[in-house]
Design a protein around this ligand. Structure first.
Ligand code: MG
Length: 373
């Protein structure tokens, strides 16, 4: 069995309609489709800059460490996932090893697992060792709205739908201390029993300000504060995590397994948030989740994209005993809603683990046609 093609399918709103000051990465996406000579096709998705991922997939052969991923894959056996991963990693190492190249490799690796599952007639979580759960509790993840009251109403509505946890990110968060507290206070008043998180998106400028804000917001019983400061300096994160009365979360910005393992070793955060579609795919993320388990570190996967990424994250969450909560993007836009026929409905705050073979997703061809970019 041989790989015959690897495609990066970019979907998105037309460029002139992309909201340029938005934090919403679900306005567009890039799917990876791996085809084989036996007709089995695997799908992956990547949370990255879509057109850059496409360039990395389509780039022609160059010197031996600067190949595009498609050329590295053609003719290979798609079932030899770990061996092929190493070939992609090494064959792109001059421009890669992290960042978008690793994001793109993640998408290919995921598509290979989809192929394996379809060949075996088994869901990916079975191939990864078996499911520890048939459903998982999810937290609703959405952008904060400009007004605190509007945001509070949105969160109250999500609580009424059955969500037991909600995270707010972007919008006005991080701009100034009073606005941050006003928003958190309004939401907490509207939904007193919900687990509440805020995502600052690296916006607080200093560790001192971040610590002062954590102390100021302690009374609202936040489950965590996410990406309070810029992600580059792990000592700064460890300093803050040690002192903050509110748990600190981060990890989605990291593009390598090594970096996440370093975060675990240095106790940089309380809650680690790797994204499978960015750190190398299922096996790399699995190693991170297992290392975190050994270190007594909580992990909640970052998951902000279409039904494909939801399925990807659900399979790994099922397969890891220590993953008990998952991010669930509730942004209401057509890309996020309509790439897969499966909708992964939330029932009593939980989502069922997919049970069909492979990832268990079916792409909606109408969406692929309509939003091709
Ligand atoms: Mg985030």
């Amino acid at each position: 069995m041989r790989i015959t093609d690897v495609e990066a399918i970019v979907l998105g709103e037309p460029l002139e309609r992309i909201a340029r000051d938005s934090w919403d990465g679900s306005q567009d996406t890039v799917l990876i489709r791996v085809s084989t000579d036996e007709g089995v096709v695997g799908i992956g998705e990547v949370d990255s800059a879509p057109e850059v991922v496409r360039a990395i997939v389509e780039s022609p052969a160059s010197m031996r460490t600067m190949w595009g991923l498609r050329e590295l894959c053609i003719g290979e056996d798609p079932r030899e996932i770990a061996r092929l991963w190493r070939k992609l990693y090494r064959g792109s190492s001059y421009y890669g090893r992290s960042g978008v190249a690793m994001h793109a490799i993640s998408g290919v690796e995921i598509a290979l697992w989809d192929i394996m599952g379809k060949l075996a007639g088994l869901p990916v979580h079975t191939l990864l060792g078996g499911a520890h759960r048939q459903s998982v509790r999810v937290y609703a993840s959405l952008m904060a709205l400009d007004s605190a009251q509007e945001t509070a109403s949105a969160v109250a509505a999500l609580a009424a739908e059955g969500f037991t946890a909600v995270k707010l990110g972007g919008g006005p968060l991080g701009r100034d201390a009073d606005t941050d507290e006003e928003l958190v206070a309004a939401v907490r008043a509207a939904a007193p029993d919900i687990e509440l998180m805020i995502d600052i998106g690296d916006a607080w400028e200093t560790t001192g300000h971040a610590l002062a804000m954590a102390r100021r917001l302690e009374r609202y019983a936040l489950r965590w504060i996410e990406e309070p400061i810029w992600p580059d300096d792990l000592d700064a994160y460890a300093w803050l995590t040690l002192r903050s009365p509110v748990p600190i979360a981060a990890g989605e910005a990291e593009g390598t397994e090594e970096r996440l393992l370093e975060m675990i070793r240095r106790r940089a955060v309380d809650v680690l948030q790797p994204d499978i579609t960015r750190v190398g795919g299922f096996l790399a993320t699995r190693r991170v989740v297992d290392a975190a388990s050994s270190a007594g570190q909580e992990v909640v996967l970052h998951c902000w994209h279409t039904g494909v990424t939801k399925a990807i994250s659900l399979h790994l969450t099922a397969a890891c005993a220590n993953l008990e909560l998952l991010e669930y993007c509730v942004e209401d836009n057509p890309i996020q809603r309509s790439v897969t026929l499966e909708q992964f409905p939330v029932v009593d705050g939980h989502v069922a683990i997919p049970s069909a073979s492979g990832l268990g997703v079916t792409l909606d061809e109408r969406t692929l046609e309509r939003y091709a970019r």
